[in-house]
Ligand binder design. Structure first.
Ligand code: NAD
Ligand code: DAU
Length: 354
């Protein structure tokens, strides 16, 4: 099995590669532009204990179509798992052009490289090939108090990030219907876990608390996200990529609906226990100006992937959060190094327009 993973130096991609490296007779090519949120330590740690010759890294921006075509052709993949994307909503508000370029044009270039490669394959190889596009629940927009997103939900993206991901989902489906490229799409809810860049809510809150800085909660803190531990997502990705029905999409999530306020309280409770200070970490919380176009609630119905592919989550929100907080406490050096390398100091992003 020869697998190309794009975005493998990111949070989810690096966890995916770790898991793939446990599979025998697999060759992996990780294509990543190595952007501000990229890091290779997660994979490096794993490579110490497995056959390094099964893994290759190619630093490449998906905007380079010519190079991409030749890299795909030369590697001869059976499977492409496409995770590379700009992924932070707040950054998409300040600088949408990066999201158009990576998430839409980048996906278009990868689809064209895949189509070019696919049409040269013999019948046997064609029947094995899959293009798996990894997407988000944010393409479905924002829910009220009731209801859940499923594979049938109409697209209604609200931020430049989610609109760029929705566009990429549409392109992937168009390449299936028009060119018969064998695709599978997954749409997942909010991931959390070790090695996540500290600009996203959970690692940002942990980092701020440890540094005795203000913990910012946007708006009234009652927005709801459906949190899934990253390893559970990765299990779902491998199932969908290898056993999913061609042309179908699968929603993944559904285990951890919680308000932002409660998530922050839970993190503070764990920190109060694991690293007591002279007052509770909750005293650092501050309600700040809301995110423009802030989606109210996400919630996923995972019935299809459970029933068709036998996926289930193994970590609940509380167990996952506890492991995550402890991991960050043990990896403060990594946090410091990662922030320094990316020139990000935890400042508020996404308010340039207001
Ligand atoms: P991340 O930001 O941690 O990693 C993304 C990686 O993609 C980075 O290493 C970056 O360098 C790379 N990349 C971006 N643009 C590229 C380009 N033009 N060429 C090559 N590489 C490029 O993101 P993540 O949280 O790991 O998310 C991975 C994927 O999963 C994304 O497609 C995202 O939309 C999707 N997703 C994320 C979540 C979540 O909660 N984090 C949930 C559902 C879906
Ligand atoms: O739903 C899946 C999506 O989840 C992924 O597609 C995205 O790539 C990923 O970034 C994530 O998007 P969110 O916008 O939901 O994640 P974020 O961690 O940025 O914010 C989570 C919630 O917390 C959101 O309601 C905004 C709020 N928030 C965020 C930050 C960074 C705060 O209240 N304070 C903060 O400082």
């Amino acid at each position: 099995m020869r697998v190309i993973v794009t975005g493998g130096c990111g949070f989810i991609g690096s966890h995916l590669i770790r898991k793939l490296l446990d599979i025998k007779k697999i060759k992996i090519l990780n294509i990543d532009k190595f952007g501000y949120a990229s890091d290779h330590s997660n994979i490096d740690e794993k490579l110490v204990t497995c056959n390094q010759s099964n893994y290759h890294f190619q630093k490449l921006d998906l905007s380079n179509k010519e190079e991409l075509i030749s890299v795909v052709e030369n590697f001869e993949p059976d499977l492409i798992m496409h995770l590379a994307a700009e992924s932070h909503v707040d950054r998409s508000i300040d600088n949408p052009s990066e999201f158009i370029s990576s998430n839409i044009i980048g996906t278009y270039n990868l689809l064209e490289a895949s189509r070019n490669y696919f049409r040269q394959l013999d019948q046997h190889k064609r029947s094995k090939f899959r293009f798996h596009h990894i997407s988000t629940d944010e393409v479905f927009g924002s829910l009220g108090e009731l209801g859940q997103f499923s594979e049938e939900t109409a697209y209604d993206p609200r931020s430049p990030y989610s609109a760029s991901k929705a566009s990429s989902d549409h392109l992937v489906r168009a390449w299936y219907h028009t060119y018969n490229l064998p695709i599978v799409v997954t749409n997942c809810s909010n991931n959390f876990g070790p090695w996540q860049f500290p600009e996203k809510l959970i690692p940002l809150v942990i980092t701020k608390a440890i540094n005795n800085e203000i913990i910012p909660i946007y708006g009234d803190g009652n927005n709801i996200r459906d949190w899934l531990y990253v390893e559970d997502h990765v299990d779902g990705l491998i199932l969908a990529a290898t056993k999913g029905t061609i042309g179908h999409s699968y929603c993944i999530g559904g285990y951890g609906e919680e308000t932002n306020k409660n998530i922050v309280h839970k993190i503070c409770n764990i920190l109060d226990k694991e690293r007591p200070a002279n007052k509770s970490y909750r005293s650092l919380i501050k309600f700040v100006k809301d995110r423009p176009g802030h989606d109210k609630r996400y919630s996923i119905n995972s019935k299809k992937i459970k029933e068709e592919l036998g996926w289930d989550a193994h970590y609940g929100l509380d167990k996952g959060l506890e492991e995550t907080v402890k991991w960050y406490l043990e990896h403060l050096d990594w946090v410091k190094k990662t922030l320094e390398k990316s020139n990000y100091e935890g400042e508020r992003i996404g308010l340039k327009s207001s």
